[in-house]
Design a protein around this ligand. Structure first.
Ligand SMILES: CC(C)(COP(=O)(O)OP(=O)(O)OC[C@H]1O[C@@H](n2cnc3c(N)ncnc32)[C@H](O)[C@@H]1OP(=O)(O)O)[C@@H](O)C(=O)NCCC(=O)NCCS
Length: 164
């Protein structure tokens, strides 16, 4: 596996992350450019990109809340972001299809978990499709079953990772 560099996002990464998202998710689920622009502007501390040979190949991004489940509205607006909140939500974990199955998402997730611990968060929350439940369980995430989320018209599962 080639070594990747993980760093905080910059506004100049906007086009690149928007394109990777559109490649990784169906149109109804993919966050559009304006949503990424807001996430990058409001909370770059919770948005990490992975670079391979100076090219962005994936990213993970989130927002902070005092809720214990993700509200669908949070996927489209950072108005719900509470900088000093207890829990951090993962909006998305993406690795460009060309670079998948090399452990890069795992590295991004580990980085995100360490940052959330350092920031004193209690839990990390995410929603995922059924086929990825096992994948997230390897990091210690607990599956809470089918989510109330109807984001993109898909069936999601609520998962959380207890940090303290
Ligand atoms: C889900 C996603 C982020 C995973 O990215 P990835 O970089 O391929 O993830 P990893 O490499 O860490 O792990 C993926 C699989 O590759 C395997 N793998 C890791 N390194 C490997 C290697 N060197 N050789 C072969 N397989 C490997 C892992 O064991 C894992 O297998 P599993 O699913 O059977 O557990 C990526 O597929 C993606 O962007 N999908 C579309 C968007 C999406 O659904 N995101 C999640 C939203 S909830």
């Amino acid at each position: 596996m080639n070594k990747i560099k993980i760093r905080n996002v910059l506004l100049e990464d906007l086009e690149c992350v928007t394109q990777i998202e559109a490649t990784c998710f169906p149109a109804a689920e993919a966050a559009p450019r304006n949503v990424f622009k807001e996430r990058i502007s409001v909370f770059p501390e919770g948005f990490f990109v992975a670079e391979l040979n100076n090219e962005i190949i994936g990213f993970i991004n989130g927002g902070v809340t005092n809720e214990t489940h993700i509200e669908d509205e949070f996927f489209i607006t950072m108005d719900l972001h509470i900088p000093n909140g207890e829990n951090i939500v993962i909006f998305g974990l993406d690795v460009h299809p060309k670079y998948q199955r090399k452990g890069y998402a795992k590295e991004l997730m580990k980085h995100f978990i360490e940052a959330a611990k350092k920031d004193g968060r209690k839990k990390i929350l995410l929603t995922c499709k059924e086929h990825l439940i096992k994948y997230y369980e390897q990091f210690g995430y607990v599956n809470e079953g089918v989510s109330e989320s109807t984001h993109g018209g898909t069936k999601w599962y609520d998962m959380y990772l207890e940090l303290k």
